[in-house]
Design a protein around this ligand. Sequence first.
Ligand SMILES: CC(C)(COP(=O)(O)OP(=O)(O)OC[C@H]1O[C@@H](n2cnc3c(N)ncnc32)[C@H](O)[C@@H]1OP(=O)(O)O)[C@@H](O)C(=O)NCCC(=O)NCCS
Length: 248
Amino acid sequence: MPTAPTVGECQVWRLPMGSGHWGGFDVLDQDERERHGRFLRAADRDRYQAAHVGVRLLLGHYLGVPPAELRFSRHCRHCGAGHGKPVVEWPATTLDFSLTHSGDWVGLAVAAEPVGLDVQELAEGTEVAALSSTVLAPAELRWWAGQPAETARTAFFGYWARKEALLKATGHGLAVPMSTITLTPPDVPAQLVEWSGDRPLDGPVRLYDLDAGPGYMAAVAVLTTEPVRITQAEFSGTTLSGEPRPAG
Ligand SMILES: CC(C)(COP(=O)(O)OP(=O)(O)OC[C@H]1O[C@@H](n2cnc3c(N)ncnc32)[C@H](O)[C@@H]1OP(=O)(O)O)[C@@H](O)C(=O)NCCC(=O)NCCS
């Protein structure tokens, strides 16, 4: 049975895809069911269900409450509307979490400090050259332009994952242009070099690349001064009880 992360720890869980796997649709609240129902593609519904049932099962276990009773809220730090970084509203907790869905990957990070997780699929159709000045800062563009094509492609998605992880930890999301953030190049450990946007960065950040398997780049960000111990594992719901969960 997993135990909740304490300060200085961050858990990254991969949640299996497939609506057949994730029983417990009934743990979702009205808002989650409506959002689930609005997806047109079955794969999007499956990713959403895996993420939202998964986070309720794990956080319910950590916080000692039935998964259906957890309440989440979203509050955009820019416009105040009900979107943005989701947080646990009840029960009171210092645990933070971050969700990501990309291709076959559904990921959940949990930490005792603000956390952001991002996985990017190395999608064939993405025109990285056309997007490079949107994602990369000037110094990064200069480094990137000197790389061979395949390295450049992987590096582009690596930068993207690191920056989105950071922007999800702070809750800014893409309201802060990724090109205003400068990071170390992907061939050295991830670190923030410069944050030049108008909006504030809330404090020091630790960034880590993750091994997300072939075809994916992934990173996690934790807002803290101290190094963080990252663990990665699969969370299937069975992790909690040791018994297969009924589907449906
Ligand atoms: C958050 C964002 C970076 C996610 O990008 P993505 O690559 O499409 O999606 P991912 O699957 O990696 O992550 C999505 C998850 O991030 C979380 N999320 C959404 N907004 C977030 C924010 N501002 N900060 C942190 N996490 C956020 C949610 O849990 C979401 O999953 P859910 O919808 O199933 O709950 C991007 O969609 C974004 O910035 N959107 C908001 C843009 C904005 O702020 N506009 C200004 C409004 S005033």
